[in-house]
Ligand binder design. Structure first.
Ligand SMILES: [Zn+2]
Length: 451
């Protein structure tokens, strides 16, 4: 880390202007930071010892930069630990992974498979469900559906849903005596997937994702399946958010937040979801410190926990911190690809300021900023609370196929793009922190004309 500092410092001091210097490439450490996180710590399941280790690691990094740091702790009623997950059909192994925060099967069970094609089948096929292993919906028609849609500048119709509403049906399936639920991982190349039910509590049913080709095989089979899922709930625990900040020189009480989540699913190392975002935020902090920038407002770098369980960390942040002094929040959480814009969440007044302000980033490829609404990242709880909060749009590469799967590793990270993302985040934070006023909070009707 320190070996590179003299070079970075030289490059930036020569430029004279910290913001301008951020537009130029210079030695960076984002990839090394991500490698450190993913190889030394590894998967970071929310509430686990590894997640806590990652937060301690991140706080030490902020401290090493000389930043003031802090953590927000919030209770988790139940931790959860992965165990073995095995299934065989007529002696052949079936690839599967248990959903987090679901109970185990307690023992190896051998039970008939019942395919529910649609939710109404629960009532229609009730007599066959006692003791059965349920296949929740037909095989996915669309593999690797991207979390983020292609850029649109107007309201869009909801994506066609081919998902079976598993979580809504858990009480009815449980009442019908179902032994376990299997869902299609919905990914190409036989990759697995992970999720958790909305209710992070015991009392539900064992659920597992099955690799798409194997799921299709189960749907066509009339043979009983042998299944054993061993993941189980643990004692109460806690989650953490970790922050570091550069104090504002004129309005230290006001802040701009750069955020990403540090937790990950645990089939791989969470390199793209969202080790990359965390590494970019850490690198943005380093770039800004080394640039000598003296932002007018405080820039706070926040690494949230528990995003994968439904924004636990950002919800805790919104509930416990003063929101009226936050000018804006920028979150990175769509893989390790270069940032090509920000979704401005139907805030035309903020867009009028941000579009020209961020125009210099066009030379880094940031040309897709527009008013679209996005969800699915930690900007959402802030957005709901009225804070101008935006997520970065990124080149997705194979993100939709690999995130939450056993393939979410460093092999899918392009160092130069990760570095670009860190610079874009750093530049954006500095530019917004130096504005004469905090960003306006009005949310406008989404017009067809982009600003
Ligand atoms: Zn994520």
């Amino acid at each position: 880390m320190r070996r590179l500092l003299p070079f970075a410092l030289t490059a930036i001091l020569v430029a004279g202007d910290p913001a301008a210097a951020l537009l130029k490439p210079h030695p960076h450490q984002a990839y090394q930071t991500l490698r450190d996180l993913t190889t030394r710590i590894g998967p970071r399941l929310a509430g686990s010892a590894k997640a806590h280790e990652a937060h301690a690691w991140a706080e030490a990094r902020f401290k090493a930069l000389g930043l003031e740091t802090g953590q927000i702790s919030y209770p988790m009623a139940h931790t959860w630990t992965r165990g073995a997950a095995k299934a065989t059909l007529a002696g052949h192994p079936i690839r599967l992974a248990q959903w987090g925060w679901t109970p185990p099967t307690a023992r190896t069970i051998t039970a008939p498979l019942v395919l529910l094609r649609e939710p109404s089948d629960v009532a229609r096929m009730k007599d066959r469900l006692q003791g059965a292993i349920v296949l929740a919906g037909p095989p996915s028609a669309r593999l690797d559906p991207p979390e983020m849609a292609a850029p649109l500048k107007e309201h869009r119709a909801p994506e066609p849903e081919d998902e079976f509403p598993v979580e809504e049906l858990i009480p009815a399936l449980k009442a019908a005596g179902v032994a376990a639920i299997l869902t299609d991982a919905g990914k190409s190349k036989g990759l697995l997937n992970l999720n958790s039910p909305w209710k992070l509590e015991p009392g539900g049913l064992p659920i597992a994702f099955v690799a798409h080709p194997d799921y299709a095989k189960l749907c066509a089979s009339s043979t009983k399946l042998t299944l054993h899922l061993c993941g189980d709930f643990g004692p109460p625990g806690h989650g953490l958010d970790t922050w570091g900040e550069i104090k504002g020189s004129e309005h230290p009480e006001e802040c701009v937040i750069l955020g990403a989540h540090l937790d990950s699913w645990d089939l791989a190392t969470g390199a793209t979801d969202n080790g990359a975002g965390a590494a970019a935020v850490l690198e943005a902090a380093r770039l800004l410190v080394k640039s000598g920038a003296k932002p007018k407002r405080t820039i706070r770098f926040v690494l949230f926990g528990g995003e994968e369980l439904g924004y636990l960390g950002s919800i805790a942040y919104v509930k416990t911190q003063a929101l009226d002094k936050i000018s804006a929040v920028f979150v990175m959480d769509t893989g390790a690809g270069a940032i090509n814009g920000f979704a401005l969440q139907q805030r035309p007044e903020a867009a009028k300021i941000l579009m020209p302000l961020l125009a210099p980033l066009a030379k880094l490829g940031v040309t897709e900023t527009d008013l679209r609404n996005e969800s699915g990242t930690d900007h959402v709880p802030f957005d709901r609370a009225g804070v101008p909060a935006f997520c970065a749009e990124q080149i997705q590469h194979d993100y939709a196929a690999i995130h939450h799967s056993q393939a979410d590793t460093l092999a899918h990270v392009r160092p130069a793009e990760l570095e670009q993302a860190a610079r874009v985040m750093a530049y954006t934070a500095l530019a917004v922190a130096d504005l004469p006023e905090p960003l306006p909070r009005e949310r406008g009707p989404l017009s067809k004309e982009a600003p």
